[in-house]
Design a binder for this molecule. Structure first.
Ligand code: NAG
Ligand code: NAG
Ligand code: NAG
Ligand code: NAG
Ligand code: NAG
Ligand code: NAG
Ligand code: NAG
Ligand code: NAG
Ligand code: NAG
Ligand code: NAG
Length: 843
C-alpha cells in the first residue's frame, strides 16, 4: 500500500470510530438537503487552542466552550445565501442547493468534519488511486474562519481537490497554490491588512508603537509581518512587542500568566508609545481588556486586527471607551437586504428533511443558545451592518456561479448532472460576477480583492458602533479617508506617538538607543548642512567655496574677498603707481632727449634704459594686484616684479662699481679690465644676476604653485579670501636676501666712492633705497605671517609700488631735476671742473 493510501485508510478507520449514529434531526440550522451539498465550517464556540481533547477518543464537544456571536452570525450568512439562491429563479433554476454545517470550535474540531465531508454518503471513504470520479459528501466547503484551521482542513481536502472557499483566513501562507491548490478566499491577505495599518500610522505621524500578539500562529505570523513591513519602511519603530498570555480553558490566569500580564500592563502604562496594535483572536482578549480597564490605562490608541475589529462582545465592554480610541481593520461594509431579519429568525419549523438519502448527522451541529445570545446582540449587529458576513455570502455565491456554468443553466433550467469537485474548482477560478454592486472574481493567488475598511469604535447607542473612517483598496494599495476620527483626547487632538519629536529643518538626528525613531536633535554647525533626503543623521560639510549658517539645509557661495578698485587703499596706491608710471615715462623721455649729456652718461648711459624700461613695465603691470587673482596675476605678483626690481638693483650696483673701481681696475688689472670692456662686463653682470634671480623664482614656483587659492577668513567664515599661494612669502624672503646682497655690494662701492663729486656719489641714495626696500620686505613678511586677509595683498601692492617709486624718483629724479633746471651744470666743462676739483683735493 502506498503511504498516501495508508494515511487515507487510517483516516477512514478513525472516521468510523468517531462517527456514531446520531438520532435523526429533521429540522436543523445545520442541514439542508439539496441536489448539491456545500460544506460549511464555522466557529460557533471557541476557546483559545486547547489540546486536551486529544486525551480521549472522542470528538470535542464545542458547546462546552464559550459562544462566539460573530461565528453564528457568519453561519447564518451562509444559510441566508443558500436560501436566497434557492429562492432565486435565475441563478440555479430547478436546482436545490443544500448544506452541511459543522461547528469547528475554532481549532479543536477540524479533522472530524473534514473526514465527514470527504466520505461518501454512506460514511465510506474508499482507498483509491484515482479519485477523478469520486463523489464525496459535499462538493465544496465554505470556511473555516481562521488560517490555522483552514490549513488543517485544506490538508485533507486538497487530496480530493475539493474547493475550499474561506471567508476570513488571512494568512499569507494560503497564497501558496502549490500547497493549497483547492483553497480560495473572499478576503484580502494579511499583507493588505498590515499595509492598511501601516498607512494609517503614517497618515497620523505615529512612529512609536507597541505590538501585542497572541501566543499562536495568528499572533506570531502577523506580528512578524508587521515588523518586517516596518523594517522595510524604517519610519515606524516598535517600542516593544509582547506575547499575551493564554488564558487556560477556564479563562482564569495562573500566577505565572498573571505576572506576565501585569508586566505587560505596567510597560503599557509607562511607555511613551500611545499606539497599541493587537493581533489576537478575540476570545483571548476579553480578559486582557478587563485588566486594562482595571489598571485605568488611558489615552491609548488601540489598533485591532480583523480578528477582533468588529467583535460585538468586546465592544460591549463599554468601560473601554475610557482607555482611548479603538481603530480596526476589517472588510468593507456591504449591506445585504433582509439579512438582519434572517439572522434571528427561528427556523426550527421550516424545511422538512427530504428522504433522498439516509439522513445522517455529525457532531457539533447544534447550538441551542446561539439564537438567544445572538438576539441579545441583535441591535449592535444590525447597526454595525454586514462586513465579514458579506465575505461568507459572496463565497456561497461564487460556488453557485461556478455551478451555474458547469450545469450550463439558462433562465429556466439547468442540466442536472454529477459535479465532481475538481471540475467545480476549475470553474470557480474563473467566476466573475456582480453581487450587490461589487464585481467579484478571484485573483491569481485565489484571493478576492475586496476593499478593507479602517473603522473606529463608537459607543453612541444610536450609531454604527464600527464607523468607517478610511477605505483601503488592495489593488491600489492606498488608504482613502472617508470620515474624521473622533479622538478620545482633550480638544479632539490627534494623539501623538513619537519616540522623539521631529527635528527642525537643518537639525541632524543623533540616535539614542537602537531605534531609528529615537534621537536627539543636534544643530548643524556653520560650514555644514543637512540634506534630509540623503542623510538625516549627519551634517555634511559644505564644499570648499561654500559656507552655511547654523541649521542650514543648503550651502551658499561665500563672499569672495580680494583687492577691489573702489576701495580707498587701492585708489591711493594706484594713484602712486600712476604717478610712478608717468614720472618714469617722463624720465625716460628726458633721458632719451639728453642722452649725450654728461649727466645721463654719468647715471649709467644706455644702462639707464635697461632700468627705466623694466620700471615702466612694472608700473604698468601693477593693476594685477587688483581684482580676483588668476594664475597669470599670481605669476606676475610672484615673479615679474621681483625680477624687474633685481634688474634695477644690479644696474645700480654695476654702475657704482664702474665709477669707483674701473679706474683702479684699469690701472692694476689691465687684462681683467680689457675683458670687462670687451665682453660688455656690465651687461654680463646684469644678465648673470637676472639668471640667478629667475632660477630662484622658478624654483620657488615649482615648490609652491602659481594658482590662486581661497581660504576662510578666520574672523568671518562667510568670506573666502582669494589670494596667491601664501607660501610665496618664503620665496619673498629669498628674493629679499638676494636683493640685500646686491644692495650691500652696491652700497660698499658707493661707500668707497663717497668722496666723489656729488654727481657720482650714490651712497646716500642706495643706503636709503635699500634700507627702505629691506625694511618694507621684512615688515611685509612679518605682516603676512600674522595676518591673512586682503590687507596682505594691499600691503604687497603698496610695498611693490613704493620700492619702484624709490628707484624711479630717488635715483633718476634728482638727475632729471639737474638736467631740467641746471642745464649749465650738465656740460662736459662743468663735469671736468668737478673732477679736477676732486683730483686736486685728493692729492
Ligand atoms: C425564500 O423564499 C421564502 C418563501 O417565499 C421566503 O419566506 C424567504 O424569506 C426567502 N428567503 C430569502 C433568503 O429570500
Ligand atoms: C483517473 O480516472 C480518470 C477517469 O476514469 C481518467 O480519465 C484518468 O486518466 C485517470 N488518471 C490517472 C492518473 O490514471
Ligand atoms: C483605578 O482607578 C480606581 C478609581 O479611580 C482606583 O480605585 C483603582 O485603584 C485604580 N486602579 C489602578 C490599578 O490604579
Ligand atoms: C421520498 O419519499 C416519497 C414518499 O414519501 C417516495 O415516493 C420517494 O420515492 C422517496 N424518494 C427517495 C429518493 O427515496
Ligand atoms: C431562548 O429564549 C426563549 C424566550 O425568549 C426561551 O423560551 C428559550 O428557552 C430560550 N432558549 C434557550 C436555549 O435558552
Ligand atoms: C453588555 O454588558 C453588560 C454588562 O457589562 C451586560 O449587562 C449586557 O447584557 C451585555 N450585553 C450583551 C448584549 O451581552
Ligand atoms: C470581470 O468582468 C468584468 C465585466 O464583466 C470585466 O470588466 C473584468 O475585467 C472581469 N474581471 C476579470 C478578472 O476577469
Ligand atoms: C474632517 O474635519 C475637517 C476639519 O475639522 C473638515 O474640514 C472635514 O470636512 C472633515 N472631514 C470629514 C470627512 O468629515
Ligand atoms: C483646548 O482648546 C482651548 C481653546 O481653543 C484651549 O484654551 C485649551 O488649552 C485646549 N486644551 C488642550 C488640552 O489643548
Ligand atoms: C539631497 O540629496 C538628494 C539625494 O541624494 C539629492 O538628489 C539632492 O540634490 C540633495 N540636495 C541638496 C540640496 O544637496
Amino acid at each position: 500500500m502506498e503511504p498516501q493510501a495508508r494515511t487515507l485508510h487510517l483516516l477512514f478507520l478513525l472516521l468510523h470510530a468517531l462517527t456514531k449514529p446520531v438520532e435523526l434531526i429533521e429540522n436543523s440550522d445545520f442541514h439542508l438537503a439539496g441536489d448539491y451539498l456545500l460544506g460549511g465550517l464555522f466557529t460557533l464556540h471557541a476557546n483559545v487552542k486547547s489540546i486536551t481533547h486529544l486525551n480521549y477518543l472522542q470528538v470535542p464537544k464545542c458547546n462546552e466552550y464559550e459562544m462566539k456571536v460573530l461565528g453564528y452570525n457568519l453561519m447564518q450568512a451562509m444559510r441566508f445565501a443558500v436560501e436566497e439562491i434557492n429562492n432565486c429563479s435565475t441563478l440555479l433554476p430547478g436546482v436545490q442547493l443544500g448544506y452541511e454545517i459543522v461547528d469547528v470550535c475554532y481549532l479543536s474540531n477540524n479533522i472530524q468534519p473534514g473526514l465527514y465531508f470527504l466520505a461518501q454518503d454512506d460514511d465510506f471513504l474508499p482507498i483509491l488511486k484515482n479519485y477523478s470520479h469520486y463523489m464525496p459528501h459535499v462538493m465544496a466547503v465554505i470556511g473555516p474562519d481562521n488560517s490555522e484551521a483552514a490549513i488543517t482542513v485544506s490538508n485533507l481536502l486538497s487530496y480530493f481537490l475539493i474547493p475550499q472557499v474561506t471567508y476570513s483566513a488571512i494568512s499569507d501562507k494560503l497564497r501558496n497554490k502549490l500547497r493549497f491548490p483547492a483553497m480560495l478566499r473572499t478576503t484580502p491577505s494579511a499583507t493588505h491588512h498590515i499595509e492598511a495599518m501601516v498607512q494609517l500610522m503614517i497618515h497620523f505621524h505615529w512612529n512609536w508603537i507597541v505590538v501585542l500578539v497572541s501566543n499562536d500562529d495568528y499572533g506570531r505570523e502577523n506580528g512578524q509581518l508587521l515588523s518586517q513591513r516596518l523594517v522595510n519602511t524604517g519610519d515606524i519603530c516598535i517600542a516593544f512587542q509582547e506575547v499575551l498570555p493564554i488564558p487556560s480553558p477556564s479563562q482564569d490566569l495562573g500566577p505565572e500568566e498573571q505576572r506576565q500580564m501585569n508586566n505587560i500592563l505596567d510597560k503599557l502604562r509607562w511607555t511613551s508609545a500611545r499606539i497599541v496594535v493587537v493581533f489576537s483572536p478575540e476570545l483571548a482578549l476579553h480578559n486582557f481588556f478587563l485588566q486594562v480597564v482595571h489598571w485605568n490605562l488611558t489615552g491609548l490608541v488601540w489598533i485591532a486586527s480583523e480578528s477582533w475589529a468588529i467583535d460585538p462582545v468586546l465592544h460591549n465592554l463599554t468601560e473601554l471607551r475610557h482607555t482611548g480610541t479603538f481603530l480596526g481593520i476589517t472588510i468593507q461594509r456591504v449591506s445585504i437586504p433582509g439579512f438582519s431579519k434572517f439572522r434571528v429568525q427561528n427556523t426550527k419549523a421550516g424545511h422538512s428533511m427530504p428522504n433522498k438519502t439516509n439522513p445522517r448527522a455529525t457532531c457539533n451541529q447544534d447550538c441551542d443558545a446561539c439564537l438567544n445570545i445572538t438576539e441579545s446582540f441583535s441591535n449592535i449587529l444590525m447597526l454595525s451592518g454586514e462586513r465579514v458576513v458579506y465575505s461568507v455570502y459572496s463565497a456561497v455565491y461564487a460556488v453557485a456561479h461556478a455551478l451555474h456554468r458547469i450545469l450550463r443553466c439558462d433562465q429556466i433550467s439547468c442540466k442536472k448532472e454529477t459535479v465532481y469537485p475538481w471540475k467545480l474548482l476549475l470553474e470557480l477560478w474563473n467566476v466573475n460576477f456582480t453581487l450587490l454592486g461589487n464585481q467579484l472574481f478571484f485573483d491569481q493567488q485565489g484571493d478576492m480583492p475586496m476593499l478593507l475598511d479602517v473603522i473606529q469604535w463608537q459607543w453612541d447607542l444610536s450609531q454604527n458602533p464600527f464607523q468607517s473612517i478610511a477605505s483601503y483598496s488592495p489593488t491600489q494599495k492606498r488608504l482613502t479617508y472617508i470620515n474624521n476620527v473622533s479622538w478620545h483626547t482633550p480638544n479632539n487632538t490627534i494623539p501623538v506617538s513619537m519616540c522623539s519629536k521631529s527635528c527642525q529643518p537643518g537639525q541632524m538626528k543623533k540616535p539614542v538607543g537602537l531605534h531609528p525613531c529615537c534621537f536627539e536633535c543636534v544643530d548643524c554647525l556653520p560650514g555644514t548642512y543637512l540634506n534630509r533626503s540623503a542623510d538625516e543623521f549627519n551634517c555634511l560639510p559644505c564644499p570648499g567655496s561654500m559656507w552655511s549658517h547654523t541649521n542650514d539645509i543648503t550651502c551658499f557661495k561665500r563672499r569672495q574677498a580680494y583687492l577691489e578698485w573702489q576701495e580707498a587703499p587701492t585708489i591711493v596706491v594706484a594713484i602712486l603707481a600712476a604717478l610712478g608710471f608717468f614720472s618714469t615715462l617722463a624720465i625716460l623721455l628726458i633721458f632719451w632727449k639728453h642722452f649725450q649729456t654728461p649727466m645721463v652718461r654719468s647715471a649709467g648711459g644706455s644702462m639707464c634704459f635697461l632700468m627705466l624700461v623694466p620700471l615702466l613695465l612694472a608700473f604698468g603691470m601693477v593693476p594685477v594686484y587688483v581684482g580676483p587673482p588668476t594664475a597669470f596675476t599670481c605669476f606676475c605678483r610672484q615673479a615679474f616684479f621681483t625680477v624687474c626690481y633685481s634688474i634695477c638693483l644690479s644696474c645700480i650696483t654695476v654702475r657704482s662699481f664702474q665709477i669707483v673701481c674701473v679706474f683702479k681696475m684699469a690701472r692694476r688689472l689691465p687684462r681683467a679690465y680689457a675683458c670687462w670692456v670687451r665682453y660688455h662686463g656690465p651687461y654680463v653682470f646684469v644678465a648673470f644676476i637676472m639668471a640667478i634671480k629667475m632660477t630662484l623664482v622658478a624654483g620657488n614656483m615649482l615648490a609652491t604653485t602659481i594658482n590662486p587659492i581661497g581660504r576662510t577668513d578666520p574672523d568671518d567664515p562667510n568670506v573666502m579670501i582669494l589670494s596667491c599661494h601664501p607660501n610665496y612669502r618664503n620665496g619673498l624672503l629669498f628674493n629679499v636676501c638676494m636683493d640685500l646682497l646686491l644692495s650691500m655690494i652696491g652700497f660698499s662701492f658707493a661707500y668707497m666712492g663717497k668722496e666723489l663729486p656729488t654727481n657720482y656719489n650714490e651712497a646716500k641714495f642706495i643706503t636709503l633705497s635699500m634700507t627702505f626696500s629691506f625694511t618694507s620686505s621684512i615688515s611685509l613678511c612679518t605682516f603676512m605671517s600674522v595676518y591673512d586677509g586682503v590687507l596682505v595683498t594691499t600691503m604687497d601692492f603698496l610695498v611693490t609700488v613704493l620700492n619702484f617709486l624709490a628707484i624711479s624718483l630717488g635715483y633718476f629724479g634728482p638727475k632729471c631735476y639737474m638736467i631740467l633746471f641746471y642745464p649749465e651744470r650738465n656740460t662736459p666743462a662743468y663735469f671736468n671742473s668737478m673732477i679736477q676739483g676732486y683730483t686736486m683735493r685728493k692729492s
